[in-house]
Every structure is written in structure tokens, then in C-alpha cells.
Write a protein that binds this ligand. Structure first.
Ligand SMILES: [Fe+2]
Length: 134
């Protein structure tokens, strides 16, 4: 079942999504506040943690199972990591929080829709198909 496969990737897709939505909410709640900068920087460090933990887990499993979509999936992971670093750098360079915050919100919404809900699910399906065949 997809549930089992998703657990194998770390934890269920729904929990992964919750974590990202919580970070997204933190950005939304703070990007308009004059003292919101620290909360935005904290959101980027949470995203970096999230990336290093879950991406490594997924990528290890992709290699182990010889997942045919591994290259493209890994490229998407690298893109999230570099986008987060770029946004953080822009904020640190003094760009307006509202501008960087809006970019971050848009990026995370797109990531949840295109990666967590599609790319990660495809991988989970591949894993569950393998489990059934074994
Ligand atoms: Fe992924």
C-alpha cells in the first residue's frame, strides 16, 4: 500500500506536508512584521534541516532500489536547497522582507504541490509496486 511505502521514505506524505505548511505559516505570519526578520531566518534554517534529513533518506532509498526517476528527483532536491540558500542570502543582504517572504511563500506552495504531492508520491508508488512484486 502507498501508506507503507510513504512511511519507508521517512514518514507519511501528510506529515511531510504538515511540516512544510507550518514553515510556510511562519513566513506568512512574520513577513509583514517589522521584527519578523529572525522568524524568517529561522524558517530558512528549518527548511535546510528538513532538506538535509529527508532528502538524504529518500536519495539513499532511490539508490538502493535503483529508482529510474532518481536523477530528476535528486535535481529537484538540489534546487530546493539552493533556492532556500539564495532566499536567505537575499534577506541577509538587506532585501525587503515582504519581497523575500512572498517569493518564499510562492516557492513553498509550488514545492508542496509539485514535489511532495507528485514527485514524492510517484516514488512512493514505485516502492509499493516493488514490495508487492517481492
Ligand atoms: Fe523528494
Amino acid at each position: 500500500m502507498e501508506w507503507t511505502a510513504a512511511r519507508e521514505v521517512g514518514y507519511p506524505v501528510i506529515e511531510k506536508q504538515h511540516r512544510l505548511v507550518a514553515i510556510l505559516a511562519q513566513v506568512l505570519a512574520n513577513m509583514n512584521k517589522p521584527d519578523g526578520r529572525a522568524a524568517l531566518l529561522d524558517a530558512y534554517s528549518q527548511l535546510a534541516d528538513y532538506a538535509s534529513m529527508h532528502f538524504a533518506m529518500e536519495e539513499e532509498l532511490m539508490a538502493e532500489r535503483r529508482y529510474p526517476g532518481a536523477l530528476e528527483h535528486k535535481r529537484a532536491h538540489a534546487e530546493l536547497a539552493s533556492t532556500v540558500r539564495a532566499l536567505e542570502a537575499e534577506l541577509k543582504a538587506g532585501k525587503q522582507m515582504i519581497v523575500i517572504g512572498s517569493k518564499t511563500v510562492f516557492f513553498l506552495q509550488t514545492w508542496i504541490r509539485d514535489h511532495v504531492q507528485k514527485t514524492d508520491r510517484e516514488f512512493a508508488k514505485f516502492l509499493s509496486a516493488g514490495q508487492k512484486a517481492a
